[in-house]
Write a protein that binds this ligand. Structure first.
Ligand code: IMP
Length: 499
């Protein structure tokens, strides 16, 4: 539903320079205002796409040196989201998604059940064949009603494997109703001293299962700020390409929360057709599309049904697109105009790439972003793929563009992202090293700190308020020089500042 957008303070600033000038982070600063907002009290929850919320507005880039399952788990635990890159086969990528989803196995919504007439030896064979590593199997009768549960103890104590499941299973069950939350399940299991809690509807059919070790991990890991789905499982996204429907099937099978059509230029017919197909085939799947940097492109993607759009053509730290191809709008202007259109559709906008310091975060949100995708900021952490490299007395980790020569030579997905083939292989990125940064949690807390104090200066208590109140001033080179420390020799590095 298109709604009329209210005029905002920043509109005049951007309208006045439209057609002439495009600005990026170092060109602007946010204006401060009267503030009753305390930085530690601001609400930084937001959305990545229509139905995928974030506790913090950070998303890790779909890059092979940034986001695999370790990064995605850590991002979701920090309240953000990781997008698993697509330089992996569909099977490998789906496996990465599964590792995130099952890291905190909250409610098991489709437990593997067995019929009461199966023998223990048949079940052991099935376990072997399918590679099941768990030992808890709900047992159903012919009417598919729950009649018992086979537990590890039942297996261990069964000396005759030709016996039937119904003869061996535990029947002294405690069950609960289908809508039982993780916390309620934990309380009930403690109270009843049970390690398994099947959820059963009025007809006696099993609708889910809680296992105590999983539930305890979730409840006691002070997980209130985790980004989890309704089943208590960590949220995760995955990158896909044009017409990548087989990949999507595999990802959905592992319950991916959102897919991102991941291209260097999304305002093309194949991308828009893929988006329309996906929205037709999977009505409840959120599809984010990127990248673009023009408002007309935003409108075309939004009209085609995008649940989120991703902005950024050329700002990335490893990106050479603007130099090699001579295209791309500087990021603050790109975000502003695309977000202005997306607001009409009530669709979230993600600003992708180019963030160097925590101060760039409130600027991107002030320009209109709901979330920020970052590569370099998170590369080099413990959770990013790759080993630490020692060079010139310092520790580094590899970080490369998905359109770098190496990535393109190795992966068809990288070539497809940049619409090149083996006959025309034009790299749009570089391969490099980024300083080793330690745990992701430290990087995140530094950047969240910057965002919070920025919001305090502006007087914005929420991300929506920062988007609405953010107002800009241009800054000259002299202004940017004045902004950095000057006329001192720094003798101790600040933990949240680098030049
Ligand atoms: P960073 O946070 O500034 O390092 O930018 C990361 C973003 O750069 C990613 O999320 C991608 O959108 C983009 N990107 C990744 N690889 C390349 C490349 O090879 N060329 C251009 N852009 C890239």
């Amino acid at each position: 539903m298109v709604s009329k957008r209210k005029s905002l303070p920043k509109d005049r600033f951007f309208e006045n320079i439209e057609d002439e000038l495009a600005l990026t982070f170092d060109d602007v600063r946010l204006r401060t205002g009267f503030s009753e907002v305390m930085p530690d009290a601001v609400d930084i929850t937001t959305f990545f796409s229509r139905n995928v919320p974030l506790q913090i507005p950070f998303v890790s880039a779909a890059m092979d040196t940034v986001t695999e399952h370790q990064m995605a788990i850590a991002m979701a635990k920090a309240g953000g989201l990781g997008i698993i890159h697509r330089n992996l086969t569909p099977e490998m990528q789906a496996k990465e998604v599964a590792r995130v989803k099952y890291h905190l196995n909250g409610k098991i919504t489709e437990p593997i059940c067995v019929n009461e007439t199966i023998t223990i030896s048949e079940l052991l064979q099935l376990k072997e064949q399918k590679g099941y590593t768990f030992h808890t199997f709900p047992v159903l009768n012919q009417k598919r009603q729950l009649v018992g549960v086979l537990t590890e103890t039942d297996f261990d104590c069964c000396i005759d494997p030709s016996r039937l499941a119904r003869e061996v299973m535990s029947t002294n069950l405690v069950t609960s109703h289908p809508r039982t939350t993780v916390q309620a399940a934990y309380d009930r299991m403690i109270q009843e001293r049970k390690k398994v809690l099947p959820l059963v509807n009025k007809q006696g059919h099993l609708t889910g299962l809680y296992i105590f070790s999983d539930v305890r991990r979730i409840v006691t890991e002070s997980s209130a700020h985790y980004n989890v789905d309704d089943n208590g499982q960590l949220r995760v996204g995955a990158a896909i390409g044009v017409n990548d429907f087989e990949r999507v099937e595999k990802l959905l099978d592992k319950r991916v929360d959102v897919v991102v059509i991941d291209t260097a230029h999304a305002d093309t017919k194949p991308v828009i057709d893929t988006l329309k197909q996906l929205k037709k085939r999977y009505t409840s799947l959120d599809v984010v599309v990127g990248n673009i940097s023009e408002k007309e492109s935003a409108r075309r993607l939004l009209d085609a049904g995008a649940d989120g759009i991703k902005i950024g053509q050329g700002p990335g730290s490893i990106c050479t697109t603007r130099i090699v191809a001579g295209v791309g709008t500087p990021q603050v202007t790109a975000v502003y105009w695309c977000a202005r259109v997306a607001d009409e559709y009530k669709v979230p906008v993600c600003a992708d790439g180019g963030l160097r310091n925590s101060g760039d975060i409130p600027i991107a949100i002030g320009a209109g972003a709901h979330s920020l995708m970052m590569g370099n900021m998170f590369a080099g952490t413990n959770e990013a793929p790759g080993e630490i490299v020692f060079l010139e007395g310092k520790q580094w980790k590899g970080y490369r563009g998905m359109g770098s020569e190496g990535a393109m030579q190795q992966h068809a997905a990288s070539r497809e992202r940049y619409r090149t083939g083996k006959s025309l292989l034009v790299p749009e990125g570089v391969e490099g090293l980024t300083p080793y940064k330690g745990p992701l949690a430290t990087v995140i807390s530094t950047n969240i700190g910057g965002l919070r104090i920025g919001m305090g200066y502006v007087g914005a208590a929420t991300i929506e308020e920062l988007r609405a109140k953010g107002n800009f001033q241009r800054i000259t080179n002299a202004g940017i020089n004045e902004s950095h420390p000057h006329d001192v020799r720094i003798v101790k590095d600040a933990p949240n500042y680098k030049r």
